[in-house]
Design a protein around this ligand. Structure first.
Ligand code: TMP
Length: 208
């Protein structure tokens, strides 16, 4: 693997992580960095096709086990086609979600399958980000925000508030599982204030 840096954003639905990923990418580009902004599920042609299967339709459309396989298939394609080539070229990759989402959504909140998620990750993905921002948000506010978007990609939001509460707990635990790379960010603040904190942590990481 080359010398690029892999940064991910994680959090519950409606936490504001996508906006923060975009703001960081814009800032780094303005600073003259070579950068790829991407997302999961998706981020490559094949993975974007798999995305539609996952985020649209009835909440009970897939079991947690099938979801793990589909998210991992999408991730493998994303890794091969987008992430690894960019990192090899020395670029910064900023991804809106990555493997931590599967650990928490399918491994903890949907079902108790963290062992399966970790085993498949090790075999098929085998890469962790260098830096992860977990945007922490009160689930009720975040859920209202997510559903208000009416994006037609609400399959997970439709699982309700209890699900979002379990997700938040899962993400908080994740931050303690991977303390070296995970930064817990208070998302209940002004967007610019959050962006400034993320920018600071990133520039510290880039200079060390
Ligand atoms: P997004 O809304 O951040 O684009 O993500 C789409 C949905 O997919 C979101 O509800 C979270 C969910 N998801 C998982 O359940 N597991 C995963 O591994 C990923 C990447 C996303």
């Amino acid at each position: 693997m080359g010398s690029g840096i892999f940064i991910t954003f994680e959090g519950i639905d409606g936490s504001g992580k996508s906006s923060q990923a975009r703001l960081l990418a814009e800032q780094l580009k303005a600073d003259g960095k070579q950068l790829v902004l991407t997302r999961e599920p998706g981020g490559s042609e094949g993975a974007e096709e798999i995305r539609r299967l996952l985020v649209e339709g009835a909440p009970d459309r897939w079991s947690a086990e099938t979801e793990i396989l589909l998210f991992t298939a999408a991730r493998r394609d994303h890794l091969e086609k987008t992430i690894e080539p960019a990192l090899r070229a020395g670029k910064i990759v900023v991804s809106d979600r990555f493997a931590d989402s599967t650990r928490v959504y399918q491994g903890v909140a949907r079902a108790d399958l963290r062992g399966v998620v970790d085993a498949l990750h090790e075999q098929m993905i085998g890469r962790e980000p260098d830096l992860t921002f977990i945007i922490d948000m009160e689930p009720k506010t975040a859920l209202a925000r997510g559903l208000a978007r009416g994006s037609g990609e609400d399959r997970f939001e439709e699982l309700g508030l209890e699900f979002q509460i379990a997700l938040r707990r899962g993400f908080l635990a994740l931050a303690t599982d991977f303390p070296a790379r995970c930064h817990l960010i208070n998302g209940a603040r002004d967007m610019d204030e959050i962006a400034a904190e993320i920018r600071q942590i990133t520039s510290d990481a880039l200079t060390t």
